[in-house]
Design a protein around this ligand. Structure first.
Ligand SMILES: CC(C)(COP(=O)(O)OP(=O)(O)OC[C@H]1O[C@@H](n2cnc3c(N)ncnc32)[C@H](O)[C@@H]1OP(=O)(O)O)[C@@H](O)C(=O)NCCC(=O)NCCS
Length: 214
């Protein structure tokens, strides 16, 4: 299987795939057009702070996907710490392509808090301290690469003698959830609405926690 460790030269490809697959495997530009801030939020920690936990899927010499792993979920910075500098430097609150999301998210956070229905701030549970994100370009899907990446990562988590791994995915991502169930993950707890995120039809999206005790 063409699975290999990450090297720094992969960084631009990882960031590009992160943005091109960021909404349930579809481009996220509809919701967030600024690749630099999106990639910093969702792949920056893994490429820059924990590259040994990043696995690359390659086909014909091209990077076609990745698994971003983390062995200790307490380590990545809180999302607001990554977002803050971008709000100032890249003007996310007024920038076309991000401003709509930002203000909608602020409204959602206030409404969800009033209904006590926001997603947990972070998943820090000693039963599953590791976590992962995985994305493949469309042409690379359905050929066993995702399964190979997850199995390689779970071997790494077992070798570190950790008790489990978790992930968060959109509850609307039925194919993604079916894949993770095939990999041995189970849903844990109810889905929660995600601030700012919307389906193409304008409905709210929800986040689902999935866990894999080892
Ligand atoms: C989800 C994803 C990583 C799966 O990778 P993949 O290479 O397409 O999956 P594989 O071909 O390795 O499938 C592995 C197993 O999952 C099963 N599976 C995959 N998709 C499935 C589906 N929609 N329904 C049921 N089972 C499914 C396969 O049957 C296979 O089972 P097997 O090992 O018993 O044969 C990939 O399709 C992807 O990147 N999708 C878009 C982004 C995304 O949804 N990411 C995850 C959520 S954040």
């Amino acid at each position: 299987m063409p699975i290999r460790p990450y090297v720094p030269a992969d960084r631009p490809a990882v960031r590009s795939i992160c943005h091109r697959t960021g909404y349930m495997g579809e481009p996220v530009a509809r919701l967030w057009r600024d690749e630099a801030s999106f990639a910093d939020l969702f792949s920056g920690y893994y490429t820059d702070e924990e590259p040994d936990s990043l696995l690359i899927a390659e086909r014909d010499g091209e990077v076609v996907g990745y698994l971003l792993g983390c062995l200790d979920s307490r380590r990545p910075p809180h999302m607001f710490r990554v977002l803050g500098p971008h709000v100032l430097r890249r003007g996310l609150l007024v920038r076309p392509g991000t401003a709509g999301f930002m203000w909608r998210a602020a409204r959602d956070i206030a409404l969800d808090a009033a209904r006590h229905d926001g997603p947990p701030d972070r998943v820090l549970d000693p039963r599953w301290p590791a976590h992962l994100h995985i994305n493949l370009l469309p042409a690379a899907r359905g050929a066993g690469l995702g399964g190979a990446l997850v199995r390689a990562w779970l071997d790494r988590v077992r070798a570190a003698e950790l008790p489990g791994c978790h992930l968060e995915t959109l509850a609307e991502n039925r194919d993604g959830i079916a894949f993770f169930e095939a990999m041995g993950f189970e849903r844990e707890g109810p889905p929660h609405p995600v601030p700012g995120m919307r389906t193409p039809e304008g409905a709210r999206n929800h986040v689902q926690l999935m866990v894999h005790p080892l």
